[in-house]
Write a protein that binds this ligand. Structure first.
Ligand SMILES: Nc1nc2c(ncn2[C@@H]2O[C@H](COP(=O)(O)OP(=O)(O)OP(=O)(O)O)[C@@H](O)[C@H]2O)c(=O)[nH]1
Ligand SMILES: [Mg+2]
Length: 293
C-alpha cells in the first residue's frame, strides 16, 4: 500500500541528510520531492503547501539533521488534514433512533462493497443495520447488494426495477422504523459526477432521506480525478466523510492528502481488500507515520 510515495519520501530524507549544510543542494532535493509528490497523486496545491513550509525551515536554518527533516515533512503533511473534525459514526448512531447514511461515488469505485463492510462493522458492534439498494440505474446492482447481504446475514431492502431511487430510499425508512432497524445504509447508482440528470436524482434522494451523513467513496487508483470527483459531489450535495477504497491496490498513495486538502472533510476508512473485514480506520497521524517509517 502506498509504496511509491513511501519510497519517494525515504529517498528524499536519505539525500537530504547528506546535504543539510548546503542550501543549494537542499533546494534541489526539495524540487525533486515536489515532482515525486505530484507523480504520486498529491494535488499540486497540496504539494506547494508542503514544500513551501520546508523551504521556509531551510531558510531559517531550522533543519539540522535527518530527523528534523522528517519531522518537518510529517508535520507539513498532517497540517493538510486539518480543518475538518473526525466523526465517530458509532457514537452518532447510538444517539439516533434510525441512523441514516447514504453512500455516493462514481461508478465502480467500490460503493456497494464498502457498504457491506460498513454494515458488518455496525452489526459487529451490536447495531441492527439494513442495507438499501437504491441503485436502479445499473442492471444487477440490487442483486449485487443482495448477495453481500446473504453472505453476511444482513438484510437488504430491494424494490422493483423502475421504481425511482428516491422512492425506494423513502420507503426503506418506514420499513426500517417498523421492523426496529437502527442503521440504514443506502447504496446509490454509480453516477458520473458530470451527468446532470443523475446529480439531480442524487439531490432528490438526499432531500427525501435527510441522511445524517453522506459518505463519498473514492477509488484510490483514480489519481488526480479523485479531487475533481470530491469537489463535484461536495458542491452537489455536500460530503460529510470519505472512504478511500482499493488502498491495498494503490502504489502511489497521495490521494488521501489531496482529498483532505481539497474538500476539508475527514477520511474515515481505507478499503484494504475485497473481504468484508478489509476496512481500516484512517487517521492522518497513522498515515503519516506509515509513510515516514
Ligand atoms: N482490492 C480491493 N478491491 C475492492 C475494494 N473495494 C471494492 N473493491 C472491488 O472493486 C470492484 C467494484 O466494487 P463495487 O462495490 O461493485 O463498486 P461500486 O462503486 O458499487 O460500482 P457501481 O455500482 O457499478 O457503481 C469489485 O470487484 C470489488 O470487489 C478494496 O478496498 N480493495
Ligand atoms: Mg454498486
Amino acid at each position: 500500500m502506498f509504496e511509491k510515495l513511501k519510497k519517494a519520501i525515504s529517498s528524499f530524507s536519505e539525500k537530504v541528510s547528506r546535504a543539510l549544510y548546503s542550501k543549494k543542494e537542499l533546494e534541489k532535493f526539495i524540487y525533486e520531492l515536489e515532482l515525486q509528490l505530484v507523480e504520486n497523486d498529491v494535488a499540486y496545491e497540496a504539494v506547494v503547501a508542503i514544500t513551501s513550509r520546508l523551504r521556509k525551515l531551510v531558510e531559517d536554518g531550522a533543519l539540522r539533521d535527518r530527523d528534523d527533516v522528517l519531522k518537518a515533512l510529517g508535520e507539513a503533511i498532517i497540517e493538510l488534514f486539518k480543518g475538518s473534525e473526525a466523526i465517530d459514526v458509532f457514537a452518532e448512531a447510538r444517539r439516533s433512533k434510525l441512523y441514516k447514511v447514504i453512500f455516493l461515488g462514481v461508478n465502480g469505485v467500490g460503493k456497494t462493497t464498502t457498504i457491506a463492510k460498513v454494515a458488518k462493522l455496525f452489526r459487529d458492534r451490536g447495531f441492527k443495520p439494513l442495507m438499501v439498494a437504491a441503485d436502479t440505474f445499473r442492471a444487477g446492482a440490487q442483486e449485487q447488494l443482495k448477495v453481500h447481504g446473504e453472505r453476511l446475514g444482513i438484510p437488504v431492502f430491494i424494490a422493483r426495477y423502475g421504481v425511482s431511487p428516491a422512492a425506494i430510499a423513502f420507503d426503506s425508512i418506514a420499513f426500517a422504523e417498523k421492523r426496529g432497524y437502527n442503521v440504514l445504509l443506502i447504496d446509490t447508482a454509480g453516477r458520473m459526477h458530470v451527468d446532470q440528470d443523475l446529480v439531480e436524482e442524487l439531490k432528490k434522494i438526499v432531500r427525501v432521506v435527510k441522511p445524517h451523513r453522506k459518505v463519498l467513496v473514492i477509488d484510490a487508483l483514480t489519481g488526480n480525478d479523485a479531487v475533481e470527483q470530491a469537489k463535484k459531489f461536495n458542491e452537489a450535495v455536500g460530503v460529510d466523510a470519505v472512504i478511500i477504497a482499493k488502498a491495498d491496490a494503490c502504489e502511489r498513495g497521495g490521494v488521501p492528502i489531496s482529498i483532505a486538502y481539497s474538500i476539508k472533510k475527514p477520511i474515515i476508512y481505507l478499503g484494504t481488500g475485497q473481504g468484508y473485514s478489509d476496512l481500516e480506520e484512517f487517521s492522518s497521524h497513522k498515515y503519516v507515520e506509515y509513510l515516514l517509517k
